[in-house]
Design a protein around this ligand. Structure first.
Ligand code: SF4
Length: 413
């Protein structure tokens, strides 16, 4: 979502005749787009902002901090980093050119972090990438107890269908082949009678996009209609990212996730039954406050039985202001140890699943040069490397012949 927001900001500035700089030394304006989802992301952003002090001291420079952390910590940023010129939340990007004008005229310290109903409609980006994102919703209504997103990005808003189609068409005509429709929970998309499965079908059929994906599906809202749409539209990739978060029903309730382990398993079974070749990935949080050893082991047992193709695994991160922030935290060493165990087990599963790719042929869309070859992605979002130097954006059938680290290596067939 943040990468997509950075692209939106870039487009807003380009429309006002600003040019992107290749290197920071050449730039007059720097915008630091920040994430609040975990403490670690905020600490990294704050560390980076400190490094810009010297650059900002030069004449004619302007430094902005934007995004979710800017919304959450505006006061702290302005007092601890007085060299920052402006601080904007995720709904204020359209005003950047106007604020830059004020700064050029000598105004200092602009703070605008109000959450509104912004959808950035009418901003249709061009892209030089092979794969890109198109946002279909902004904000979230779910209030998972550990999550800061609804507080910093506001409630869910769905973008008009025509605006989404226009952006996808624009990206397709600029050469993009793989588009991910993006939302905190895409399943809650609703615009004038069009729900998410319908939108997915419309985009797949009316835009000529080569590959279509979506991110993220909340398991409580994921339904069979999506599976049907994927089966009937060959350009929608059979990749499902369904964040599990925990394998314990008590922890899921405390997380306010609104599904049980059994509900989750039913949805996974439906995917596997209908699309046996589907790639299924997930997110897991370990060390949620009050999680017991047994509850952690329930998560481990579940990941062993489902065998996810990949997983984003995180330690619980305390976010002030959230419901979970009121619960007593587990000791640091317990959280670290559980994350280590989880990563080890999931890595073995990934290794096994990657080795199972050997001898099979996959359609690969090549996206970037790699050391001694070219790197591409399968429909299941798995990286593949071949030794040939191929045109970026080309598509080949690739026979997987081995595995290097975690990455399958193959030959064009
Ligand atoms: S669905 Fe839950 S975890 Fe995802 S953004 Fe919304 S509140 Fe956060």
């Amino acid at each position: 979502m943040n990468k997509n927001d950075s692209d939106v900001i870039q487009e807003i500035l380009i429309e006002e005749n600003y040019l992107p700089a290749e290197r920071i030394e050449e730039s007059d304006i720097v915008l630091v787009n920040t994430c609040s989802v975990r403490n670690h992301a905020e600490q990294r952003a704050l560390g980076y902002i400190s490094t810009l002090k010297k650059w900002r001291e030069k004449k004619g420079k302007a430094l902005g901090v934007v995004g979710c952390m800017a919304k959450r910590l505006a006061g702290e940023i302005i007092s601890k980093y007085p060299f920052v010129d402006f601080i904007l939340g995720p709904d204020s990007y359209r005003k950047i050119p106007r604020y830059l004008g004020s700064i050029i005229q000598g105004q200092t310290k602009i703070i605008d972090t109000e959450v509104g109903n912004e959808l950035y409609t009418g901003i249709c980006r061009k892209s030089k990438k092979v794969s890109d994102f198109v946002s279909i919703t902004r904000g979230c209504n779910n209030f998972c107890s550990y999550c800061i997103v609804p507080f910093v990005r506001g409630g869910l808003r769905s973008r008009p269908v025509e605006d989404i189609l226009k952006e996808v068409n624009e990206l397709v005509s600029s050469g993009v082949k793989d588009i991910t429709l993006l939302g905190q929970n895409v399943n809650e998309y609703h615009y004038q009678g069009v729900d998410f499965p319908k939108l997915l079908e419309i985009v797949a059929r009316e835009t000529g996009i080569f590959r279509l994906r979506f991110l993220t599906s909340h398991p409580k809202d994921f339904d069979e209609e999506i599976i049907r749409v994927i089966k009937e539209n060959k350009n929608i990739c059979e990749w499902f990212h369904l964040p599990l978060q925990s394998g314990s029903d008590r922890i899921l309730r405390l997380m306010n996730r609104k599904y049980s382990k059994a509900d989750y398993l039913i949805k996974i079974e439906k995917i596997k039954k209908n699309i046996p070749d589907a790639t299924i990935t997930t997110d897991i949080i370990v060390g949620f406050p009050t999680e017991t050893e047994d509850e952690f082991n329930e998560t481990i047992e579940l990941i062993k039985s489902i065998e996810f193709d990949d997983a984003y695994m995180y330690r619980y991160s305390y976010r002030p202001g959230t419901k979970a922030g009121e619960y007593p935290s587990l000791p640091e060493d317990v959280i670290k140890e559980r994350l280590k165990i989880l990563i080890e087990i999931q890595s073995q599963i990934i290794k096994k699943k990657t080795e199972q790719m050997i001898g099979r042929t996959y359609e690969v869309l090549f996206e970037e040069k790699a050391e001694n070859g070219t790197r591409g992605k399968t429909r299941g979002n798995k990286d593949v490397i071949v030794t040939q130097k191929l045109r970026i954006g080309s598509v080949y059938k690739v026979l997987i012949t081995g595995v290097r680290g975690r990455t399958p290596i193959g030959e064009i067939v």
